[in-house]
Ligand binder design. Sequence first.
Ligand code: AKB
Length: 327
Amino acid sequence: MKEKVTIITGSSGEIGQNLISYFSKIKNKKIIAIDLEEFNNSNNIFHFIKGSILDEKILNELSNKYIIEEIYHLAAILSTKAEKNPELAEKVNVKGTINIFNIALNQNLKNNVITKIFFPSSIAVYKIDSKLSSKDNLIDENTFCNPKTKYGQHKLFCENLGTALDKYGNELNLKIDFRCIRFPGIISANTLPTGGTSDYAPEMIHNALQQKTYTSFADQNSCLPFIVMPDAINSILSIMKCDKSKLRKNVYNITSFSPTILDLYKILKNQFPEFLLKYKIDRKRQEIINSWPNFIDDNQAKKDWGWKPEFNLNSAFKNYIYPNFKK
Ligand code: AKB
């Protein structure tokens, strides 16, 4: 009798660590975590594999040995790093995701299960065309999907492929259950992101909390949508447990607050009067920020699976970031 497992790729990354902390409290959930980086989490998991999602030997072994009920495919190269390493990014972001889809199709063929895949997409799939819209307009899932960055292109391609495999299956009529959230920037109190463009917000906050000066790579009017990590984790859990018949889409926006850098600075300065913010603008990163929307429309997620952020801008600082901050 094969064991039933859940796979988490990119398990040592920000979302991975927080998701695993949650899952390790659930009895009988057998988590297999995969990452290139050592697993620095004391949580209980069934099996950790130090390896790559590009290693087909690892993936085939998992596929043959287990019944894979769910895959949280979090491994990715984020926007800034992907612009600097486009070939590596394409391998990880596109080929890696195709490998995950293939495992799920194989599960359907061999074990007759429809594997649920959670795929984190991003506001990077958007590029605001300033002739047609303002960065301040509310952008829904269906417009301005014409990404400027490699990372955005990879995410959009995988969203479309996952949606097609969920709706129509492959040539053998094998299917997957593909559930995807387009995340805004995520702010965590206990981890920092690497290689992203929305990183300025968590970096600034973590520096202020450590009484350090922060040099921002984006100007003071830069604005993006954000959520905090507990809301990101709740969103993943909610969409994954939602009855499939209620999901009218495969891909949903979610958001909570959209501060400018100046707004964040004012909040932090109020709490830490010594905090100093300097600027050294990185033109390429600034252009990426300028191409992403300030506000995204998450009404569809609210209607279909009850998405509602617990934290707004003020409560995020007061009730989550300040009390939970860890270096
Ligand atoms: C990035 O900045 O690349 C990510 C994202 C918004 O997807 N944080």
